[in-house]
Design a protein around this ligand. Structure first.
Ligand code: ADP
Ligand code: GLC
Length: 483
């Protein structure tokens, strides 16, 4: 029998995206469809979402959803069902999804995403006739309150609904002062150590993780790492307590979006058999970033510019990278201080380092299709997608040995190279020496053309489509529903 799952999140490709969460939420419905699960995605009515929706059927009207009028609208995400929470008071704003034009978090984020959670719990409880759900799948803190409402304040008369809470990043928890509790419409008993209370405030992610039937994170290694304080970020005790109910399922990539054989963004499309065609993309990329042609590899970085991503350490090794013949094209945005330092580094190394500050999906494809190697020096990485796109595009990943990066890349050590198994370069510890050594090693490998091409081709063959992870989620849904 088909399973009906309500997948709740704040972003989904192709409608709204600030990071990998959107890629995953956007890809899951098609990934699960072959396994007999129909995912209906619930998204906030951000302007871009409503615009794409056009005229839509109204499923429900709220006079007041935690203080604002709201509607639930039916639509499509690709060819899969979508429900949009249209609440202009919460979501019709100029600025970012979570931050205002000043770059600071919206002061009412707690209310905006509690409202999303309330609506999700209502839907799951049977609010709309003809829309029944067997399970709720909540993604990250923005959706986590859905599970707290289902647990402590379900729609009157509804049956309990099993749930999965997927944590894409423990660093973002949705933590608010205790005063917001009384505004959430939860009973007093929810204010408990195993409820929504967290260090005398309200923890959205924590509340979802406590309430969920099963918790997942986006790679097996990260599922283990978050048992430690360094990665668990205060929730390691909860993770340990929930024991075998915390699982790791690695993300896939969506071949409809990321396939070098038919990527409309590339000057030249290619396959593992036609790798030399990449050189046209490389030349185009050099021109786009104002880089001089050179013998050494062209490194690329596509990243949020934050502490997590280790870009501050990358800055330290740039002189070394250039000194041994490398060049760098970087696309990213985030921390203003890091942005300024990157631009200063580009000015110091004209023709060798090119920096583009901003968010540009099409350019990110051209970089994967033309770069020789993609650097991902993350301090922690729950899964990471850019290294997976790098594999698919023969842009060899050079990654820190952490989380999903450790799980998805096979280091080009002697044994792996001899066995033809290597797909990239890994290094341990995000600091100057390990990163500089990894860059030196990459440059040396690049100059051994045959070895390099074997690594590229092997990476392209690695299967990070959703085929296996889609099945893992479907099996998990069935396990959770069976109780
Ligand atoms: P995270 O979600 O932590 O940022 P991931 O590697 O999982 O890291 O996903 C990042 C996603 O965002 C990828 O699809 C990547 O290509 C994209 N991305 C990141 N920064 C940019 C940018 N400046 N321009 C275009 N795409 C970007
Ligand atoms: C988060 C993580 C990233 C992961 C993405 C999608 O943003 O930082 O590692 O790939 O979610 O799961």
């Amino acid at each position: 029998m088909a399973l009906n799952v309500l997948s709740v999140a704040s972003e989904a490709v192709p409608l709204v995206k600030t990071g990998g969460l959107a890629d995953v939420v956007g890809a899951l419905p098609a990934a699960l469809a072959p396994h007999g699960a129909v995912l209906t995605t619930l998204l906030p009515g951000f302007p871009a979402v409503l615009e794409a929706l056009g005229r839509a059927k109204v499923l429900h009207r709220y006079d007041s959803l935690l203080g604002q009028p709201a509607r639930l609208l039916a639509g499509k995400l690709g060819d899969q069902p979508l429900i949009v929470l249209d609440a202009p008071g919460y979501f019709a704003r100029e600025g970012g999804l979570y931050t205002g034009p000043d770059g600071k978090d919206w002061g009412d984020n707690w209310r905006r995403f509690a409202a999303l959670g309330r609506a999700a719990a209502d839907l799951a409880g049977g609010l709309v006739k003809g829309r029944k759900f067997d399970l709720v799948h909540a993604h990250d803190w923005q959706a986590a309150m859905a599970l707290a409402y289902l647990r402590f304040a379900p729609l009157p008369g509804s049956k309990p609904v099993p749930s999965v809470m997927t944590v894409h990043n423990m660093a973002f928890q949705g933590y608010y002062p205790r005063e917001v509790f009384k505004e959430l419409g939860l009973p007093r008993r929810a204010w408990a150590i195993d409820g929504v209370e967290f260090h005398a405030g309200v923890g959205f992610l924590k509340a979802g993780m406590e309430a969920a039937s099963v918790i997942t994170t986006v790679s097996p290694s990260y599922a283990l790492e978050i048992r430690e304080a360094e990665f668990g970020m205060g929730l390691e005790g909860l993770v340990i307590n929930r024991g075998s109910l915390v699982r790791g399922i690695v993300n896939g990539i969506d071949p409809a979006e990321w396939d070098p054989a038919r990527d409309p963004h590339l000057a030249a499309t290619y396959t593992a058999r036609t790798l030399p065609r990449r050189s046209a993309n490389k030349r185009a990329l050099e021109a786009e970033f104002g880089l001089e042609p050179g013998e050494g590899p062209l490194f690329v970085v596509i990243s949020r510019l934050t502490w997590q991503k280790g870009i501050d350490v990358l800055l330290e090794v740039l002189d070394h990278l250039v000194g041994i013949g490398g060049r760098l094209a970087l696309l990213g945005s985030g921390d203003a201080g890091i942005e300024a330092q990157l631009q200063a580094a580009a000015a110091r190394h004209p023709g060798r380092i090119g920096v583009r500050i901003g968010y540009d999906e099409a350019l990110s494809h051209r970089m994967q299709g033309g770069g020789d190697a993609i650097l991902v020096p993350s301090r922690f990485e729950p899964c990471g997608l850019t290294q997976l796109y790098g594999l698919a595009y023969a842009c060899v990943p050079v990654v820190a040995r952490t989380g999903g990066l450790a799980d998805t890349i096979i280091d080009a050590n002697l044994a792996a190279c001899a066995a033809g198994a290597a797909t990239g370069v890994q290094f341990s510890g995000v600091s100057y020496h390990p990163l500089a050594a990894a860059i030196s090693r990459t440059v040396a490998l690049f100059h051994q053309a045959e070895v390099w091409q074997t690594i590229q081709r092997r990476g392209m063959k690695a299967d990070f489509s959703w085929t296996s992870s889609g099945k893992l989620y479907a099996d998990l849904y069935r396990e959770v529903i069976a109780g």
